[in-house]
Design a protein around this ligand. Structure first.
Ligand code: ZN
Length: 264
């Protein structure tokens, strides 16, 4: 009788990734679990490149959603099918940020304008703008440095950058922009970009309400003039997926914004 056991499990940190799937073996089964240090869901796809004389508790490949801050979330188990035969498996997985199977954006939701200001601000680049918004539902508001940035929707802060003090019009500045990324209650992500150095006023893991102060505007990163870049993203399989948003304006109307117009 010969049993053998192949087992490919790299801690994902080694691959520059973040969420980890790991296994534990009992007498009769191998149980797979996930852990994640992040405050948003992740979607993991598990597949077996080899699966000989094995059975699984779920049809494989399997797509599963990992809870925020999971320490040991059970995913699935596998076991040897026929006791007298050799068996092996080779296990593989990949993941994406967010809850891919269950997230849908309500395009009628009334976002707050992402700033609190005594005056109105002009939308200098709208959806699919020719300057830098090709194929993207993103909005650029003209905005003097130092303007108060507020959350457009409830959520939890999952990522920030605040240490940069440089910006400019060439692509070398693309990773120099300060930002806040918020995981919304509906599974989408709100991104607020080009903030001032040390202009992030929230911490990772912090719950924020619509209208709460989250930062101070600036001109960091790939930017030609002081402005705020705002977009809402869907979780996706590697490609950037943005959605259109409507805003509650001071006059009580809920509207889509138009390039060249000013809003408060
Ligand atoms: Zn922009």
């Amino acid at each position: 009788m010969k049993y053998w056991f192949l087992y490919w499990l790299l801690p994902l940190q080694l691959l520059g990734q973040e969420v980890e799937v790991f296994s534990e073996r009992t007498d009769s089964t191998i149980n797979f679990y996930a852990r994640s240090p992040y405050y948003c869901h992740y979607t993991v796809e598990i597949k077996f490149d080899a699966f000989e004389n094995m059975q699984s508790s779920l049809p494989v490949p399997a797509t599963l959603v990992i809870e925020p801050r999971a320490t040991k979330q059970f995913l699935l188990s596998v076991w040897q099918k026929e006791k007298s035969k050799a068996w092996k498996y080779k296990f593989n997985y990949r993941f994406d940020q967010g809850d891919l199977p269950n997230t849908k954006h309500d395009d009628a939701y009334a976002y707050y304008l992402p700033y609190s200001s005594p005056r109105s601000h002009t939308l200098v680049q709208g959806y699919f703008g020719k300057f830098s918004h090709a194929n993207t539902h993103a909005l650029d508001f003209e905005m003097p440095e130092g303007t108060t940035i507020i959350a457009a929707r409830d959520g939890v802060v999952i990522k920030t950058k605040y240490d940069s003090n440089v910006g400019g019009t060439s692509p070398e500045f693309i990773d120099k922009g300060n930002y806040v990324l918020i995981y919304h209650d509906d599974g989408t992500f709100g991104s607020y970009f080009h903030l001032k150095q040390n202009g992030v006023k929230v911490n990772i893991g912090q719950q924020v309400k619509r209208g709460e102060v989250i930062g101070i505007s600036g001109n960091t990163g790939w930017s030609s003039a002081p402005h705020l870049h705002f977009e809402v993203l869907l979780p996706s399989n590697g490609v950037k997926l943005t959605v259109p948003t409507k805003f509650l304006l001071k006059n009580g109307q809920v509207e889509s914004l138009q390039e060249g117009k000013s809003y408060r």
